[in-house]
Ligand binder design. Structure first.
Ligand SMILES: [Zn+2]
Length: 306
């Protein structure tokens, strides 16, 4: 049995795990990077989260980052952790631990984990969409990650669904991320709560996605509207992706995917009304894997091993 360490670096937390080559999590660890966000503090937490799992059977380290990864130079480009902008994290970790290190975008790692050990197992062409603080994406074609020319492919959260829409962190307007991420859903709710134009029990201090979902199920007018709009936007995004890729499966992950059963009917209606593909409705599943980012990161090691 072979082992690798997978590290999933998020915008606010780091998850790491010792994984075997069957994708089983042997040991796991989570730490937050909310207080001290200096480069040194973040790097020392990453190194610590690897050291905890290190043993002589570990054949490599895989790292998922919330960033563009330039596959030619291994440098990472991110607005999520600005102190790591342009940094070669792979080189540093390799020099510390003296074993092979692989690095990729976090949503690519998620999609890879799902394709090897999760609901997307046995499918060939897979799109992964992580609906969390932002919206990440990964593309798997014929069983392997598609990186494009420089390694930046798969930014599915930044397809434009409204050219006059909200300004996105990436600098463009109207990206899918600005409508279906957890942050976007909560911001849209807060806008209505503040101007009090639609009756609701949601408040300025209580309008997280979980609460919006709970209130929508009870019939709260604003909560229902927010989630109806979310489903409509998600449906539009998924339609575009289906038209371009005609994938075997689209797998959804991240905190917002937990409310997908509520959104499903409206998403499907939107897809059916906008799709031009002869196979109009894509196959969509919600991730069930825990620590999928770390598992996928560790799999970067195994897939380079065989
Ligand atoms: Zn964007």
């Amino acid at each position: 049995m072979k082992y690798a360490i997978g590290v999933d670096i998020g915008g606010t937390k780091i998850r790491s795990a010792l994984i075997n080559d069957s994708g089983k999590v042997i040991k796991k660890y989570k730490t937050y990077i909310t207080s001290d966000r200096s480069r040194d503090a973040i790097l020392s937490k990453i190194i610590h989260s690897i050291k905890l799992h290190m043993n002589s059977d570990v054949i490599g380290i895989g790292i998922g980052v919330p960033a563009f990864v330039n596959m030619k130079h291994d440098k990472i480009y991110t607005t999520n952790i600005s102190v790591l902008q342009g940094f070669n994290l792979k080189k540093l970790i390799k020099s510390k631990f003296k074993i092979p290190v692989f690095i990729d975008n976090d949503a690519n790692c998620f999609t890879l984990a799902e394709s090897k050990f999760g609901v997307a197992k046995n499918y060939k062409t897979i799109l992964g969409l992580t609906l969390g603080t932002g919206v990440g994406g990964g593309i798997i074609i014929n069983g392997d990650l598609f990186h494009g020319k420089d390694g930046f492919a798969g930014e599915l959260g930044h397809i434009c669904i409204d050219k006059n829409g909200y300004l996105c962190n990436c600098g463009n307007r109207g990206c899918l991320e600005m409508y279906v991420s957890g942050t976007a859903i909560e911001t849209r709710a807060l806008r209505h709560i503040t101007i009090r134009d639609i009756p609701t029990k949601l408040t300025e201090n209580n309008h997280d996605v979980k609460r919006i979902h709970a209130y929508a199920k009870k019939g709260d007018k604003l909560a229902k509207l927010i989630l109806d709009d979310t489903a409509k936007y998600l449906g539009i995004g998924l339609t575009s992706l289906n038209n371009v890729f005609n994938p075997d499966l689209i797998v959804l992950g991240g905190s917002v995917s937990k409310i997908y059963p509520y959104l499903r009917n409206r998403v499907n209606k939107t897809i059916l009304s906008f799709s031009i593909s002869p196979k109009r409705k894509p196959n969509i599943k919600v991730s069930k894997l825990k620590y999928s980012g770390a598992i996928g990161a560790a799999y970067l090691v195994f897939k380079n091993e065989y």
